[in-house]
Design a protein around this ligand. Structure first.
Ligand code: URA
Length: 435
């Protein structure tokens, strides 16, 4: 087999065989196929697409390019969740301990933020001492012992995806449904969970800008996961405005802590309860979503979810005092509330602009190796549809210096638009997709 023939076949719109796909993925992962050929092949896939069968073969080839975790010996059934990425998305910090506290083990590997979207690993690392680099033995021991683990993705998990994703990032081939599906699902399948809840974001702040595209992505992932023998449900959720109020690492941890204490923003709380319920049904812990919701609500209000979060932090070396007394978490030097320039209904709160403002404050990264400042960020005080009074605090900037604070203030102000007439609130979820 030759890489050039496989590239030309896809370029001409023909269907690749499983052997051809495996040859290409293995060849690239092992360094026998160079970047320029892989880039050309990615563009051919981007332009020509893939059939469901090709996408499944690509996903499995990528999953098998590294370790395939089998957790059966330590936890017979595990569930996982995955979000396609967003601004203010701290759902994993709440849902993972919540579902584990309901008695269903959750073993989750998670990522760092890139560009305007945040990552759970960065948020967790704002807790002093918290380790996100557990090795395989530690991962297994912890899931067996306390039924919950939340760590960075191991280097041996779907290494072909890591290489292909980096290449896609610089070749204009990110936004392709078969490539996104295979990238996400190869990691989820390799990580070993039996049930997977996918949170597919739609809106300005998401890969998928339209509901139609988000539906296509969600349907493709559910079909593929099911064919791969996993139980999969996808929820399509809004990412036009940030989720919750806080955007920025330590600020999001604080918001997650208050949500675990039954406080926190209403949209975040509802989002978490719905995702948790789906995870509980998929894993068989509840018979239906209403039964699951009751269980999740009880577990949240009894304090059991919060206790599980503390156990998780302690097990992974985090300083528990900083989550018991969140004022001990990293605090920005400058904290400035910004008054609303006018009264009116909030018509838009652009998630990308808020996310980008936080990156510029130092709370996110443009390049993978950039360091981040956990203390900085933005807390919005209104959501789309709310009536705002002139001069009341519209949002608060947490910054490390005056110059950055001024830039964030301007950017986040411009991300808000107002209307004199009532504006409809944005839904939290648009659709549920299951087989
Ligand atoms: N997240 C991933 O892991 N891969 C993609 O291709 C897109 C989002």
């Amino acid at each position: 087999m030759h890489a050039t023939d496989i590239i030309a076949k896809k370029r001409d719109g023909d269907e690749l065989s499983r052997e051809e796909i495996e040859f290409f993925v293995q060849g690239y992962a092992q360094g026998q196929i160079p970047d320029y050929q892989a880039a050309s092949w990615l563009m051919a896939v981007f332009l020509r697409g893939m059939t469901d069968r090709e996408t499944l073969d690509l996903t499995m080839a990528m999953a098998h390019s590294g370790d395939m975790l089998d957790l059966d010996d330590v936890a017979p059934i595990t569930v996982d969740k995955h979000s396609t990425g967003g601004v203010g998305d701290k759902v994993s910090l709440i849902v993972v301990p919540l579902v584990a506290a309901c008695g269903m083990p959750v073993a989750k590997m998670t990522g760092r933020g890139l560009g305007f979207t945040g990552g759970t690993v960065d948020k967790l690392e704002s807790i002093p001492g918290f380790r996100t680099d557990l090795n395989d033995a530690e991962f297994r021991a912890q899931i067996a012992e306390i039924g919950v683990v939340l760590t960075g993705q191991s280097a041996d998990l779907a290494p072909a995806d890591r290489k292909l994703y980096a290449l896609r990032d610089v070749t204009g081939t990110i936004n392709s449904i078969p490539l996104i599906v295979s990238s996400i699902m190869s990691k989820k399948i390799a990580a070993g969970a039996d049930g997977i809840v996918l949170d597919v974001k739609v809106g300005h702040g998401a890969f998928m800008k339209t509901l139609e595209d988000a539906e296509k992505l969600a349907e493709a992932m559910v079909r593929l996961g099911t064919e791969a023998g996993r139980r999969v449900v996808a929820l399509i959720s809004d990412m036009n405005q940030p989720l919750g109020w806080a955007v920025g690492n330590a600020l999001e941890v604080k918001e997650a802590i208050s949500t675990l204490h039954e406080g926190g923003p209403a949209d975040l709380r509802e989002h978490c309860l719905v995702v948790a319920s789906e995870m509980l049904v998929l894993s068989g812990k509840a018979v239906d979503t209403s039964d699951a919701l009751t269980l999740a609500l009880e577990t949240l209000s009894s304090g059991a979810a919060w206790q599980k979060f503390k156990e998780l932090v302690e097990a992974q070396g985090g300083d528990v005092r900083t989550i018991e007394e969140p004022e001990r978490l990293p605090q920005a030097k400058l904290i400035e509330p910004v008054p609303a320039p006018r009264s009116g209904y909030l018509a838009e709160l652009n998630a990308v602009e808020v996310g980008q403002a936080v990156v510029e404050l130092g709370g996110g990264r443009e390049k993978k190796e950039d360091p981040i400042d956990h203390s900085v960020g933005v807390v919005v005080h209104y959501k789309v549809g709310d009536l705002v009074q002139k001069n009341t605090p519209l949002f608060t900037v947490h910054a490390s210096d005056e110059e950055k604070l001024a830039a964030a203030r301007e950017r986040v102000l411009a991300a808000h638009t107002f209307s004199d007439r009532p504006v409809q609130r944005l839904p939290i979820f648009y659709k549920r997709v299951a087989e």
